[in-house]
Design a binder for this molecule. Structure first.
Ligand SMILES: Cc1cc2nc3c(=O)[nH]c(=O)nc-3n(C[C@H](O)[C@H](O)[C@H](O)COP(=O)(O)OP(=O)(O)OC[C@H]3O[C@@H](n4cnc5c(N)ncnc54)[C@H](O)[C@@H]3O)c2cc1C
Length: 508
């Protein structure tokens, strides 16, 4: 349901235009809204009084999915989005199988239909002239599924997927989807509790109130807690859309590694393929769009698989080259009553492994369980809500740990900018080449299927030892003392790559 303010609600809200900061939760306005709200069905509460159980800021991946999940639990929800046009972005185009499963648990799998989405069966890593195919492994057989199929991810145009999610939200009777730009949070002065949000609808001032506001306004969030960690960005992804590209392994995401920074390629429609070129900050080519174009032309194009070169060259000449920062942000604990910051606004990792939407959708599954009316009958019970949000902070690590740490660690290895990291990268490729469990386990970690931190740590260090073994074999025996020293440095480097991210993931 798309909704604009009724004149009655403007009249009510006119009273607070001059005092957007409410003094207490039991102000005359709040009492009025709440007493009226208790006697009316969910739909009219929203329309007449601009009061709902939950406000969600941002109808992107996280915001739309959580709004639907909560609405289906019979909560009334305001879903506030600054632009309801179909987004035209270069982000969130490959959903890992772990994300597809979460979407199924939310009953939203139909949002992947009729958008010309492509099944993704795994990855193919190209390292100089060699390639290794890494399919997602089949689930472990069980009594119910003695012959399980291999899980699949899906890739698509981001905007089409978001459109389908928003259409699903608009069909929910408990959701009011409003096109409005949220400009600030409305808080109490004494406890800093968030009571709602202030926004601008077609230039007019608006207010929305709810006991819980969920802020999911994306990577450039304006509403993160000032005390939260700072967003770091070490590189940008520059993007082209290729027409009719012939990928060496259709149905697989391709990672190109070589003497250039990592390149990702995956089909996002039956004729379109996304190409993402990582360009580190401070790189000699990072100065302008023209210099990035030259970089792709001189460094990447000649080294790309031959079948891709014609469409890549054509897109480079005529296509639109756009970029987005690749951000890293460890999650911070929510301490403010009445609000939860979520999605990319809460937590980001390098998009090399395409894990962002998988984290967001698994977060939605968990959060909707924790906020279920059987757990919290009344969201006005602010203390209980904060308690559940505290549980959310810790429990989500079960699915975020692997995706977040793997993304950062793989990026360090694949974008190796030093000798010892390049030894680890070579070792990683050799490890994949062994096949069997050496690709099954990494693929299930990457696909958001195996949520086992120790499995990640184990395989990472096996890669480190594999790299050392490879180093020893590649050098003459007379250099053994030097090789031993280098081996120790490689091992230290592996710890240096992995442990800070583990620490940040586990920190409160
Ligand atoms: C280059 C790149 C490639 C990526 N590729 C992948 C990938 O292949 N697979 C994957 O899983 N993840 C990928 N990601 C990450 C993924 O895009 C994000 O994790 C995901 O989109 C996060 O969803 P979100 O709902 O938190 O934010 P978003 O999807 O960004 O949604 C935020 C919403 O809030 C709205 N909004 C913002 N401010 C306001 C406001 N003040 N008032 C009202 N509305 C507002 C925005 O318009 C938007 O609709 C990629 C990221 C990058 C940078």
């Amino acid at each position: 349901m798309f909704w604009t303010a009724s004149s009655r609600s403007y009249a009510i809200l006119g009273a607070i235009d001059h005092r957007p900061i409410l003094q207490t939760t039991s102000s005359p306005l709040q009492s009025f809204v709440m007493s009226a709200a208790q006697t009316e069905p969910a739909e009219s509460q929203c329309a007449n009084h601009r009061h709902a159980d939950v406000i969600v800021v941002g109808a992107g991946i996280f915001g739309t999915a959580i709004a639907i999940a909560l609405a289906r639990q019979n909560r009334s929800v305001f879903l506030l989005e600054r632009s309801l046009k179909e987004p035209d972005r270069i982000v969130g185009e490959l959903l890992q199988p772990g994300g597809v499963k979460a979407l199924e648990r939310l009953g939203l799998e139909s949002c992947l239909d009729d958008i010309d989405s492509i099944s993704v069966r795994g990855y193919e890593v190209h390292y100089h002239d060699q390639a290794v195919n890494i399919p997602y492994p089949a689930d472990t057989p069980s009594e119910r599924t003695p012959h399980p199929q291999r899980p699949e991810g899906r890739s698509f145009h981001h905007g089409r997927f978001v459109r389908k999610l928003r259409e699903a939200a608009a069909k929910e009777p408990n959701i009011q989807l409003v096109e409005t730009l949220v400009t600030s949070l409305v808080t109490t002065e004494d406890t800093n509790q968030v009571l709602g949000v202030k926004s601008s609808t077609k230039g007019a001032l608006d207010y929305f109130f709810a006991p819980l506001s969920i802020v999911a306004d994306g990577y450039n969030s304006q509403f993160r807690d000032k005390a939260s960690r700072k967003v770091e960005s070490r590189s940008k992804f520059w993007a082209l859309e290729l027409q009719d590209a012939v990928l060496p392994s259709p149905g697989f995401g391709h990672v190109l590694l070589g003497d250039f920074s990592p390149v990702l390629l995956y089909q996002i429609g039956s004729r379109e393929t996304r190409a993402l070129f990582n360009v580190p900050e401070g790189h000699e080519y990072a100065k302008s769009t023209q210099s990035v174009k030259r970089y792709i032309e001189n460094e990447v194009l000649p080294n790309a698989p031959a079948s891709i070169q014609p469409s890549l060259a054509a897109s480079l000449e005529k296509g639109r080259l756009r970029c987005m920062p690749n951000s890293f942000l460890p999650a911070s604990k929510n301490r403010t009553p009445g609000v939860l910051v979520a999605g990319d606004a809460l937590n980001m990792r390098h998009p090399l492994t395409g894990g962002g939407m998988t984290v967001a959708l698994n977060d939605v599954v968990l959060l909707s369980e924790l906020l279920h009316p059987s757990q919290i009958p009344d969201l006005d019970d602010v203390a209980r809500v904060l308690q559940q949000l505290n549980i959310f902070h810790w429990r989500r690590k079960r699915h975020t740990f692997v995706i977040n740490v793997l993304a950062q660690a793989l990026y360090s290895l694949f974008a190796a900018d030093g000798y010892y990291l390049s030894v680890l990268r070579q070792g990683c490729f050799e490890y994949f080449n062994r096949g069997g469990v050496c690709i099954d386990a990494p693929a299930s970690l990457l696909g958001g299927l195996a949520k086992k931190p120790l499995l990640l740590v184990y395989h990472f260090f096996v890669v480190a030892f594999c790299s050392i073994w490879h180093l020893v074999l590649s050098r003459p025996l007379v250099l053994l003392p030097l090789t031993l020293v280098d081996s120790v440095v490689v091992l230290i480097m592996a710890c240096w790559v992995l442990f800070p991210y583990i620490f940040m993931e586990l920190a409160g």
